[in-house]
Design a protein around this ligand. Structure first.
Ligand SMILES: [Fe+2]
Ligand SMILES: [Fe+2]
Length: 400
């Protein structure tokens, strides 16, 4: 076969394949393997190997091989190869150092000034030595393989860096959440009656937002808002927060400042989520405009605010407070329903009922609300109640 024809064959069947972008470890191995078989086939060699150089370990690794004794390949020293011509095929003959590989022909692979590895061939099946044309062709091939190996190692370096970044990001998120939880614990510890309130509001809000179809990023945002919604209570005295007798109008006004203080604190933090500070600011607003601090109504209230407001109230109702006993779960759900349109949003209530009903029916792998509810609750009663509300809120009102 003429060198020209061989070149054409090689170019078509293998180099085109190698030239494509390497997008995965598997794709690289498939490509380099097909190139390897084309080389051994083109040169009718029954032994062949591609070695790749590991810069950090300063050693050669066998990427692919057939017919060689692996112990022989292990004896090839990278330093010996680096002293040879770049991508120049070298007939080994009786060279005492290179002969250890058991190869007849060896090509050190280079990309510019970077040593990449080596291509080895042996066991020529046809009569006669390698010709000058063979060596010329091998030089072309060596250049291509060196580039492919180099691209692969760059790709692997990049993949490794990305993995490292992902790991660091996860670690940072972990620390971030730990800090938030410590913050929330400090808030809740101020008020003996509301222990874990922030944690539960975060969980309930995230469950509703997820059921509503929010992205995981936005769900994380409302989860954080849930944790921090009462952070402003840190500025209120313990005596006032834990007062058993009814509040005076002045005391009530003092307590009501907490949502604005929460906003002032959270607006100083540059969150990766939008609207955290808006959600904490307005978690005591009502649809009818009778909430606080800004008496916002209807369209002025975002879905996030409506979710947080419902989750906060539901947890407040089902928790013991210094001035009143806690409600049981069906009574709290009935109370939320009674306050629809004046205080709470129909759509958010429907989603809340759906997600809690799914949790009770075991349809969600990781329930967020159910584990925090009173263990003595009769779940079949709650589920029946939720079912009724779901039907009612899903049915368009007559005349609308
Ligand atoms: Fe609050
Ligand atoms: Fe709260």
């Amino acid at each position: 076969m003429s060198t020209e024809l061989k070149k054409a064959l090689f170019n078509i069947s293998a180099l085109a394949d190698l030239g494509q972008a390497i997008t995965s470890e598997n794709a690289f191995h498939e490509k380099i393997q097909s190139v390897f078989y084309v080389i051994t086939g083109t040169f009718l060699a029954n032994r062949g190997a591609i070695l790749s150089y590991d810069k950090s370990a300063k050693k050669l690794n066998t990427l692919l091989q057939k017919g060689f004794d692996s112990a022989d390949l292990d004896r090839v020293q990278p330093d010996e190869l680096m002293s040879l011509g770049k991508n120049e095929p070298c007939l080994i003959g009786t060279d005492p150092v290179l002969a250890v590989s058991g190869a007849e022909i060896l090509v050190p692979l280079w990309v510019r000034d970077e040593f990449i590895g080596a291509l080895l061939l042996s066991g020529k099946l046809t009569v006669g030595p390698y010709t000058l044309e063979d060596l010329e062709l091998l030089n072309v091939i060596a250049n291509q393989i060196a580039i492919a190996l180099n691209n692969h190692s760059l790709f692997m370096d990049l993949a490794e860096k990305l993995e490292e970044n992902r790991r660091l990001y996860e670690e940072m998120r972990h620390i971030y959440h730990g800090t938030l939880q410590a913050f929330a614990a400090a808030i809740d510890a101020k008020d003996a009656y509301t222990q874990n309130h922030s944690h539960r509001v975060a969980k309930y809000s995230a469950a509703i937002a997820r059921e509503l179809g929010w992205s995981e990023h936005d769900v994380e945002g409302i989860y954080v808002a849930g944790y921090l919604h009462d952070v402003g209570k840190l500025a209120i005295s313990n005596d006032l927060l834990n007062k058993v007798t009814p509040f005076t109008p002045e005391e009530r006004a003092e307590i009501r400042k907490h949502s604005t203080t929460s906003h002032n604190i959270t607006s100083k933090i540059k969150f990766p989520w939008k609207s955290v500070e808006d959600m904490v600011w307005h978690h005591h607003e009502r649809l009818d405009g009778r909430g606080y601090p800004d008496k916002l109504a209807n369209e002025s209230l975002s879905d996030g605010v409506r979710i947080l407001s419902l989750a906060d109230s539901f947890d407040a109702m089902t928790s013991q407070r210094p001035y009143r006993k806690k409600m049981d779960v069906p009574a709290a759900i009935a109370e939320l329903k009674k306050c629809l349109e004046s205080q709470f949003d129909n759509k958010i209530m429907l989603v809340f009922c759906k997600v809690l009903d799914k949790e009770i029916k075991g349809e969600l792998p990781e329930p967020d609300i159910l584990p925090h509810l009173d263990k003595t609750s009769d779940l079949s009663v709650i589920s029946a109640l939720l079912g009724g509300i779901i039907v009612e809120l899903s049915t368009p009102k007559s005349g609308v």
